[in-house]
Design a protein around this ligand. Structure first.
Ligand code: SAH
Length: 502
């Protein structure tokens, strides 16, 4: 259900991994008119918001001041009273050490209707990703969530250190690591076992999550040695020792590998998601964007007389998608291709055709024009009308070869690819990458333009196939890995093989 006007939603955004955002939170973010968010929210959390949504960052900026609590409450109240739907997006769970309780009270006092959407709290999520079960039949039948933010030196810190030391179970501390030496000292002084297993988890569920384990007394030193910074969760209790057997995050095949994906945004997500699922940290640098040009006279003519072509060649999944869009716009469907032989340049394009109910007659294994030219040798084309539907800027190998064999070839550009201005921060992170992947020649050229000469220094370059590799070499770079199968799965396979060999 979408966000209702005049209502404030106090929404938990989870600990950082975008995949841990709730379905409800995504639904509300997609429909809200006003979003007030903390600084620390999952990457891409705001990607699905309405283009006209008012986004207000009320978080603390490095070096800057955060918006005062009172001001946040006033903003929410005012926007809701103006009849707008408001999401107040908070890290983790809104009611766990996030002042969500105070915000709800302020709304209640102001008579503004509100709802609370729980989130996955860092104290549960970070240990889970670190392979530490908070409870265990043998080790812990209770868990305490504790804030270590308060100054433990203060007499009225609000924490009963004696009770915490005696607590028969796991202690989970939400806190700044600066306080760790004092906190452990207080706990041990109050009687907590100094040799108890403990852990500190930095950036839980986010790219680059790190975990340090030690005994309770040795933890501060280990944390300092590893230069652990915020945000971090500290945990103490026998369960911490179970990480040794359970740690799973670090065992994923692409763990701690930073991979740049340079496909056009529309296509990047599939490749990026597959790489993330294998543990990679993915930086999406959409180097190109697809601009459809379905209104051109040549496209309209081709669609109008599509039934007349003996052979229809498609050279990319985008081309397939757009051809069917153009057909649909003209009130037609897959039956318009009933009489034609349909050729796809490779398995990816063939798969896109299958989605539209067409099984390609010709599919070379390698997605390059030369392979398609070769595969088309078995088709009689002399004197027959042929349609090549593709991108505006493509090589002419295919139409030329067909014309040489006497075909009457119409080349129709369904779309253009244009350079995308990449996010400066993403370009910066990309410089530090382990791998840069290229999935077409145009992504290579545009990536080079976009990065303004600031190329990744030690990254290995992975290319989807020979044509892309050639483009990589043309810009003076070296191809380290070339996929044997020229589709995203083939590229991932090649990258994994390379990653496991070092
Ligand atoms: N409402 C939030 C907690 C806010 S208090 C929640 O439910 O998670 C902020 C503290 O949470 C930080 O100081 C840190 O101790 C912890 N924290 C938040 N996100 C974290 C993360 N991704 N990894 C480790 N600790 C995190």
């Amino acid at each position: 259900m979408s966000a209702r006007p005049g209502v404030v939603y106090l929404v938990g955004a989870g600990p950082g991994d975008p995949g841990l955002m709730t379905a409800r939170s995504l639904e509300l973010l997609a429909s809200a008119e006003v979003i007030l968010h903390d600084r620390l929210i999952p990457a891409g959390a705001l990607a699905g918001t309405r283009p006209d949504a008012e986004l207000i960052d009320v978080g603390k900026r490095p070096g800057g001041a955060e918006t005062a609590q009172r001001e946040i409450e006033d903003l929410m109240t005012e926007r809701a009273r103006a009849g707008r739907s408001v999401v107040r997006l908070k890290g983790g769970d809104p009611f766990v050490f996030g002042r969500g309780g105070e915000e709800a009270e302020a709304l209640a006092a102001a008579g503004v209707p509100f709802e609370v959407v729980p989130g996955v709290t860092a104290g549960v999520a970070a240990p889970a990703y670190a392979g530490i079960p908070l409870t265990h039949r043998a080790d812990a039948s209770a868990v305490a969530f504790v804030t270590g933010h308060e100054d433990p030196a203060k007499e009225d810190s609000g924490l009963d250190w004696d009770a915490l030391a005696r607590f028969p179970g796991t202690l989970v501390l939400y806190m700044g690591v600066r306080r760790l030496p004092e906190v452990t000292e207080r706990l041990v002084a109050a009687g907590r076992d100094p040799g108890e297993p403990a852990a500190c988890i930095e950036r839980g569920t986010m790219p680059g999550q790190r975990t340090v384990t030690a005994t309770l007394t040795e933890l501060p030193e280990a944390v300092a040695a590893a230069a652990i910074g915020p945000p971090a969760i500290v945990l103490t209790g026998p369960v911490a020792a179970r990480r040794e057997a359970i740690a799973w995050l670090e065992r994923r095949p692409l763990h701690a590998r930073r991979v740049v994906v340079t496909r056009a945004r529309a296509q990047a997500s599939g490749l990026a998601a597959a790489l993330r699922a294998l543990g990679a940290e993915v930086i999406e640098l959409p180097a190109i964007r697809i601009v459809p040009q379905l209104d051109s006279a040549e496209v309209r003519d081709a669609v109008h007389s599509i039934h007349a072509y003996a052979l229809v060649c498609l050279t990319s999944p985008n081309g397939v998608r757009l051809l069917f869009e153009a057909l649909a716009a003209a009130g037609r469907d897959a039956r318009a291709l009933a009489n034609a032989t349909v050729a796809a340049i490779g398995p990816g394009t063939a798969a896109a055709l299958t989605e539209h109910g067409i099984r390609a007659d010709i599919v070379p294994e390698r997605s390059v024009s030369e392979a398609l030219v070769e595969a088309l040798r078995e088709i009689e084309v002399a004197g027959r009308p042929v349609l090549v539907a593709r991108a505006a800027e493509a090589r002419d190998v295919l139409p030329e070869a067909l014309r040489e064999r006497g075909a009457k070839v119409d080349v129709v550009a369904l779309y253009r690819t244009v350079a995308e201005e990449p996010d400066a921060a993403a370009v910066d992170t990309a410089r530090d990458a382990d791998y840069v992947t290229f999935t077409s020649a145009s992504t290579v050229r545009n990536f080079i333009d976009a990065s303004g000469g600031r190329l990744p220094e030690r990254a290995r370059i992975v290319s989807i196939g020979p044509v892309t590799s050639e483009a990589v070499r043309q810009v003076g770079l070296t191809v380290d890995v070339e996929a044997r199968r020229h589709d995203p799965e083939g590229l991932i396979e090649a990258l994994m093989a390379d990653a496991s060999s070092d």
